[in-house]
Design a protein around this ligand. Structure first.
Ligand code: AMP
Length: 380
């Protein structure tokens, strides 16, 4: 199947080609025609499935035949659980909404940053991508109106509920106009999500993309035996000796993340931390620099790693192991994407060996061990 067969306009097909989206992903094949036909949609799909473009493309296409937004009356509302996702979704709208005859103006709004610039930016906006709490604040300030919203997207609805946004979501739902198209995306279909489906969707078209078991064969996995005090020096040694230029390092606490970043920078390896206690500005900058290649190491905790989409990451390091085998697979799945081969390196102390065996058993793959005791780490 091709994008052209899905009923997308020539302008969008050109943009897709420029963005090297060669053919639609399964969620796009199913969702795009249904959304273009005006139906409500229930999409059971995870980040990585291509779900964002599956709703962005038909929305941008529909907006082509609608008047630009007037004043503070936005047309499309996308609710998301986190600031990171808000920015990523807005970026996809900007990518596809730019070079079309009727430009689509998209603004991402989220908490943790000052509200005034967002209030100013909202004038004449077609699409708002928002986290629920900040959106309510903006509504309380009359910075926008939801009364003309004709498409509502609930993205990662299960995660919004997990993060405790149920009340905020209900308050927002009450402010919406009844005749609208609603698209509900969720990785899982738990009770809370079913409740939203029953309340908000009319005769939805259902798309379910079962996760393909991650093919781990493209990922080269290595584990280094190391004593706790030599972990930091070993990481620096590996980065420098192998000349790794883009490394995502996972740790289990904010404190370890910050300490590690200080040590790396002290040793001339540009690093930044990505965790819940960093300011929004700091997180955005770090991610942009890392993606752009000017930041060599990004040190992250698991919480923020989900949903961060970085294509073809060559090296992922488990500085500390995650608690669950599933998180381990998620972490290492950030490397070796598409056709690229990646390496996942775990630094294992004697105390962690048992836990690492459990992880390997669960993933049904055994990882080669290298003993680092003989490495001369003195120079790093
Ligand atoms: P998502 O699940 O929406 O976060 O998308 C995951 C990644 O897949 C993003 O980096 C997209 O840019 C990319 N992507 C989505 N659809 C396609 C496609 N049809 N062809 C190539 N890349 C795609």
């Amino acid at each position: 199947m091709t994008f052209a067969e899905l009923g997308l306009s020539k302008h969008l097909l050109d943009r897709l080609a420029e963005e090297q989206y060669d053919k639609p992903y399964p969620v796009q094949e199913q969702a795009i025609p249904a959304i273009l036909s005006g139906r409500d949609l229930l999409g059971i799909a995870k980040t990585g499935s291509g779900k964002t473009a599956s709703f962005v493309l038909p929305i941008v296409q529909r907006l082509q035949s609608e008047r630009p937004a007037q004043g503070r009356y936005i047309n499309t509302l996308v609710l998301v659980p986190t600031r990171e996702l808000a920015m990523q979704v807005a970026e996809v709208f900007q990518t596809f909404g730019r070079d079309v005859p009727r430009r689509v103006k998209t603004v991402a709004v989220y908490g943790g940053v000052s509200i005034n610039p967002q209030m100013i930016a909202l004038v004449g906006t077609d699409v708002v991508v928002a986290t629920p709490g900040r959106l309510l604040d903006l509504l309380a300030n009359n910075a926008l109106s939801l009364s003309a919203v004709s498409t509502l997207v609930l993205d990662e609805a299960d995660k919004m509920l997990d993060l405790g946004f149920a009340d905020e979501m209900n308050q927002l739902f009450d402010k919406l106009y009844n005749r609208r198209q609603t698209l509900l995306f969720s990785a899982t279909l738990g009770e809370g999500v079913q409740h939203i489906r029953d309340k908000m969707l009319k005769d939805p078209y259902r798309v379910q993309i079962d996760e393909q078991p991650r093919d781990l064969s493209q990922i080269e996995q290595v584990a280094y035996r190391v004593s706790p005090e030599r972990k930091g020096p070993l990481l620096r040694y590996l980065i420098q000796k192998n000349d790794w230029q883009q490394v995502l390092v996972f740790v289990s606490s904010v404190r370890t993340a910050d300490n590690l970043v200080i040590k790396l920078n002290k040793n001339g390896i540009r690093a930044a931390a990505m965790h819940s206690q960093k300011s929004q500005g700091g997180r955005t900058d770090a991610l942009a620099q890392f993606k752009g290649g000017t930041l060599r190491v990004l040190v992250a905790t698991d919480l923020l790693s989900r949903g961060i989409d970085i294509e073809r990451l060559p090296h992922v390091v488990n500085f500390e192991l995650p608690r669950s085998p599933t998180d381990y697979v998620h972490r290492i799945g950030r490397t070796g994407r598409a056709e690229a081969v990646g390496t996942a390196i775990s630094l294992i102390t004697p105390d962690e060996e048992h836990h690492f065996r459990v992880i390997q058993k669960k993933m049904k793959r055994w990882v080669d061990f290298i003993d680092s005791a003989e490495f001369d780490l003195g120079g790093v």
